[in-house]
Design a protein around this ligand. Structure first.
Ligand SMILES: Cc1cc2nc3c(=O)[nH]c(=O)nc-3n(C[C@H](O)[C@H](O)[C@H](O)COP(=O)(O)OP(=O)(O)OC[C@H]3O[C@@H](n4cnc5c(N)ncnc54)[C@H](O)[C@@H]3O)c2cc1C
Length: 271
């Protein structure tokens, strides 16, 4: 923080990206400031405050749910559109963020900009097949969540590009979903494990997303478990497949046992 020389308030995403790319300023984006204030690299000389960039709205577009990167956890929690989507899982997840003070300030863009084990939205957005729109030098770029964290993206959100929107595809609107933060207390940021489950039936076909966060900075899908669910295995067998995947991911006995029980409970509730 001691190296900060300039403070900038761009009013468009284009202006913000131009300032980020201008080597003279050594700028970093600041949204809610809940994380960046604690983790600011010494090399940064300009706070690029993006509060005036119009990326806060939550809307429907072409049947998709579009959440502006500047929307706070509290706005997402209270949004009627989010509460009405996929059984309200997006709002329910936002409400699990540690405290009302943080929910008032922290944004979804800041939450996904860097992979972090304990962050809520990466695992939820992975499970909802979300796309992320970036403002970049040449205009806009669309990626999915794994793509945002892939080395070959060649971009560093907040340093040379801006996340502007998160797009939740229309197909997920009626999915039956659950987000679970298994933690010591409801107000902990840290958790033993974060889980996102979804299930959708179309005729005899069953499709699911079983996603795991908190074991590593990047969340992952439990693909063998999803395959067992698609094959029509009983909840008990799906839970056993999940426990085996978690053990292979070095989750340890407690997390594997607890998470597989939670999956069995979810599958029994939605069958
Ligand atoms: C006490 C405390 C408790 C917390 N509890 C939780 C919790 O329970 N759950 C949880 O998930 N997180 C939690 N966090 C972590 C943090 O607050 C969140 O990750 C938050 O969402 C960050 O958002 P922000 O708007 O404050 O980002 P900032 O702090 O402003 O920025 C964080 C990073 O994201 C980049 N960035 C921000 N917006 C954009 C954008 N639009 N485009 C590109 N880059 C961007 C910044 O450059 C910076 O690198 C907690 C933090 C604290 C300090």
């Amino acid at each position: 923080m001691k190296n900060i020389k300039y403070y900038a308030f761009p009013s468009t995403a284009k202006e913000a990206v131009a300032l980020l790319l201008n080597k003279k300023y050594k700028a970093m984006a600041l949204a809610g400031g809940t994380l960046v204030a604690k983790t600011l690299p010494d090399t940064v000389e300009t706070y690029l405050d993006i509060r005036n960039v119009p990326i806060k709205g939550i809307k429907l577009q072409g049947g998709n749910l579009v959440i502006g990167a500047g929307a706070t956890f509290d706005e997402i929690d209270r949004s009627k559109l989010c509460r009405g989507w996929a059984g309200g899982v997006i709002s329910a997840a936002a409400a699990k963020c540690s405290s009302q003070l943080i929910r008032n300030m922290a944004t979804i863009g800041g939450n996904i900009a860097r992979p972090h084990s304990f962050n809520i939205f990466p695992v939820v957005l992975l499970g909802l097949d979300a796309k992320v729109r970036l403002a970049v030098r040449s205009g806009a770029k669309l990626t999915d969540l794994p793509g945002l964290y892939a080395a070959n993206l060649g971009l560093r959100p907040g340093l040379d590009c801006l996340i502007t929107e998160i797009i939740i595809p229309a197909k997920t609107k009626k999915w039956r979903c659950e987000f679970i933060k298994l933690a010591k207390t409801e107000s902990s940021w840290e958790s033993y494990i974060k889980l996102f489950f979804s299930l959708e039936k179309k005729g005899k076909a069953v499709q699911s997303r079983i996603c795991v966060g908190a074991l590593s900075p990047k969340p992952f899908r439990a693909l063998s478990t999803e395959a067992a669910i698609a094959a029509g295995a009983a909840p008990e067998a799906c839970a056993a497949a999940f426990a085996a995947e978690l053990e292979a991911a070095r989750a340890g006995d407690y997390r594997s046992a607890a998470a597989s029980s939670l999956l069995r409970r979810f599958l029994e509730a939605v069958k």
